[in-house]
Design a protein around this ligand. Structure first.
Ligand code: AMP
Length: 447
């Protein structure tokens, strides 16, 4: 259904921009022929996953995603913030070949055509996310998972009202939140605006872009929304067409929600929830000003994309958008509770964190540190603000001849910047619990 819709839009919407990033534009009329050309080449070349460096500033990247869907080959967007050694490690783990811009563009202009593939259960994309074992976890999402998510999300009244308009996405392609803004936009024949890394780092440029884009849908993490709210002109005078904000990926603090609703009285704010393993988001609930006195719900029981239940307090997802690898049922590791039919998030069973909107596992950082010859043991803990949001990472390290700058450099060779602790504490010995495990409670007292 998705590819068929993209084809029809491409045949009818001509000059209307389909995908934009910075000054780069691909128009609807160009999208299908470009994707066909690359898809035909990709099909000739093999069947395995196609990796791309998921730079949101480059508009060829989402065109290549569509080409991969058409070719029937999974695409794998890699985090552009990963250093080359880190990217190499993931490419090897996934057994993927890297597609670069030049080869993609040769395909776009090849004039070849590619028939629609017919297996709806084929893998659409693969994404690396954090895994509790400390090694990056590869999640495979099928086309039918993706289409199921899209059918659910596009039927939400707050989304249906803006389908076909302009959607702005803030997340990098390697973060599955971008699935919502990109594919809802492609499904509805709208215009997608990807915010470039340069725009995200330069406030005046960011607001110029938002204003110029004439957006009706904004898909963002609460961290990004809070950042935008620090700018007094982030309001309806500059963004008159904004109708829906889809907030997802981490806790939406009530104070931020209230500020957003005060700033944009006519806007619907959806608090959406879901892990990569169940395709972007599985539930969402419109947030009203009255709800902002306490923790905000993340969904309404019975109205999600999947069946949502609680087992010993853990949120369990069962249904058609759960990645095939989990056999249709995924235990999220998130704790939750239900009140008046609404689902609330209540923390994690494990140590997984959200920092600046990114999902990360302290065990991954600890593992890289402990692989260094001078490190005996390492523990990475979050520092939190009064509202419980992670504001930084602290590494506690035991070893010989330790120098924090060298340790940070060694991490930076393999991990993205948001995984490098900003604070280092060198200890003679990491405290242990009576059964010999790292005593994180005692370390917390030392933060
Ligand atoms: P990711 O796979 O990167 O989308 O991260 C999924 C995790 O983010 C979930 O398992 C939750 O821990 C967290 N998360 C996502 N959305 C929300 C939300 N609205 N409120 C609280 N936590 C969330």
């Amino acid at each position: 259904m998705l590819l068929e819709r993209i084809k029809v839009h491409s045949e009818s919407l001509g000059d209307r921009p389909a995908l934009t990033a910075g000054e780069e534009v691909v128009r609807w009329g160009e999208l299908w022929p470009m994707a066909q050309g690359l898809a035909a080449k990709l099909r000739e070349q093999g069947t395995g996953p196609v990796a791309l460096i998921g730079d949101p500033g480059q508009v060829w990247v989402p065109v290549a995603f569509v080409a991969c869907l058409l070719a029937g080959r999974p695409y794998l967007p890699l985090d552009p913030l990963l250093p080359p050694a880190g990217q190499g490690e993931l490419l090897e783990q996934a057994g993927a070949v890297l597609l670069d811009r030049q080869r993609a563009e040769e395909g776009f202009s090849s004039d070849l055509s590619c028939p629609l593939p017919d297996d709806p259960h084929r893998i659409a994309y693969e994404i690396f996310t954090s895994g509790s074992t400390g090694t990056p976890k590869l999640v495979e999402v099928s086309l039918s998972n993706l289409e199921h998510f899209l059918r659910w999300a596009s039927a939400l009244p707050e989304i249906a009202a803006v389908l076909g308009g302009t959607a702005v996405g803030q997340a990098a392609w390697s973060f599955d939140l971008s699935v919502a803004d990109l594919y809802l936009s492609l499904l509805g024949g709208g215009t997608h605006v990807a915010l470039t890394p340069a725009e995200k780092e330069d406030f005046p440029a960011l607001f110029r872009r938002l204003e110029k884009s004439d957006l009706s849908l904004l898909v963002a993490t609460p961290s990004f929304l809070r950042l935008c709210l620090t700018e007094p002109s982030f309001g309806p005078a500059r963004l008159p067409k904004l109708r829906t904000v889809f907030s997802c990926g981490e806790v939406l603090p009530p104070a931020a929600a209230r500020r957003l609703l005060d700033r944009f009285p006519g806007v619907a704010l959806l608090n959406a929830y879901g892990p990569t393993e169940a395709t972007c988001a599985v539930c969402a609930v419109p947030i009203s000003r009255e709800m902002c006195g306490g923790p905000l719900p993340i969904g309404t029981i019975g109205e999600g994309a999947v069946d949502i239940s609680l087992e010993e307090g853990e949120i369990i997802l069962t249904g058609a958008s759960v990645s095939p690898r989990f056999g249709g049922k995924y235990s999220t590791g998130d704790l939750g509770y239900v009140e008046n039919g609404l689902l609330y998030w209540a923390g994690r069973r494990d140590l997984q964190l959200k920092y600046k909107g990114y999902r990360l596992e302290p065990a991954r950082i600890e593992g890289v540190l402990e692989a260094l010859p001078q490190v005996e043991r390492a523990a990475v803990l979050p520092r939190r603000d009064g509202a419980g949001q992670v504001k930084g990472l602290t590494a506690f390290v035991e070893g010989t001849g330790l120098e924090p700058e060298k340790l940070a450099q060694a991490l930076a060779d393999l991990l993205p910047p948001y995984q490098i602790p900003g604070q280092w504490k060198l200890l003679d010995r990491l405290p242990l619990t009576p059964n010999g495990k790292c005593d994180r409670k005692r370390l917390e007292e030392m933060l």
